[in-house]
Ligand binder design. Sequence first.
Ligand SMILES: *Cc1c(COP(=O)(O)O)cnc(C)c1O
Length: 436
Amino acid sequence: MPATLPVSLLAALQSKQALLWLNPCLGSALPASAPTAEQVHEAAARLQRCAGLLAMLFPELAATQGQIESALHDASALYALPEYRGVQGQCWLKGDHALPVAGSIKARGGFHEVLAHAEALALQHGVLQPEDDRRLLAGAAARSLFASHRVVVGSTGNLGLSIGIMAAALGFQAVVHMSVEAKEWKKARLRQRGVTVVEHAGDYAAAVAAGRATAEADPNSYFVDDEHSLPLLLGYAAAAAALAAQLAAQGAVVDAAHPLFVYLPCGVGGAPGGITFGLKLLFGPHVHCFFAEPVASPCMLVQLASGSDAPLSVYDIGLDNRTEADGLAVGLASPLVAPLMRAELSGVFTVGDDDLFRLRLQVEDHCQLALEPSAAAAVRGPDWLCNSTAGQAYLAAHGLQQQLADAHHVVWTTGGALVPPEEHQRFRQRGLSRAG
Ligand SMILES: *Cc1c(COP(=O)(O)O)cnc(C)c1O
């Protein structure tokens, strides 16, 4: 019995009404198990010392010396949308939909975890010394070591792409377990790269469970666990410093008089949770993070609103977890991330699939950026904050109404660059058919 959710919230969620939920536990203490700032710095340092290696492995990274980073786009063009009437402050889009090589936000966590595993394995086998240049990991000794090891992941698609591409590039045997929601082109692209794709009839959680089970049975297998992984979380958290530097370069100050609002699409919670964790380390109470989830899959909302660490899924409250936003089609939130977000997340807003395609179309037409549907989930964040009753209540409770004109809004766009043109065309048509 889902007796743990307030009755009116439960009814609104079950009727798939889009809503903004505010987290009553924001500002409570982090659990003792929370990562440290030191760990986030180490993850950023790992990505830096592996940049030369990445530039060797992927020709498209040569121009940026192996940096995996995305642009911060001015999103003033969004003010033309009716939803942005009443939005005060400056709007930005953080363009992780175009992160190199993997084409989604999963490049951050996924590449970090595969690189951490490759380093650890090479150190353990004496193929690498701690101070060595990481380009050695592309050498013959490391490659023959990796060839006898397997990297396994369960995914709805984008994590599989990120892990599969990086693991295969380093010479690992890469195996990706995927759910039925995963798109055909993602499977095809992985197979092209020499990755083994195993398909499962169940949902995302079933694919993860299957991957975990096969990896546990094999001592030479390493399982990337989207539901529990600290290295993934830390790779995402490292993005916070990059955003801070980009804002600073634009002359955008973040402090009590200039609050920062960040809106992030949420699936299992690792990517948006890691970024929120990193941003809170840097900006404390001056950053306010909101997640966006599909109305059929609001797993983080349900978990946090339950007020308990006991797992509560969207199925438990009668939702079906069916959405075209395949990157967000997750029924149960990460038990690693949810307790962190209980202390740090400002709130969650939900979005229906029709709205998702409409918002995707508007970003394409107004900002000339081609997103996948999941990546458009956060676009209405500034609207929810500035124009809804719940948003106004949040601003009032935090004394932010006067500061709103000097605020910055960052809408995180999370995937799309690898989506084939014909798929983008289909997304576009669906957006047009609902535009009127
Ligand atoms: C995975 C993904 C997300 C959300 O990340 P989680 O770690 O699952 O919460 C958002 N958008 C896209 C496009 C994704 O692939």
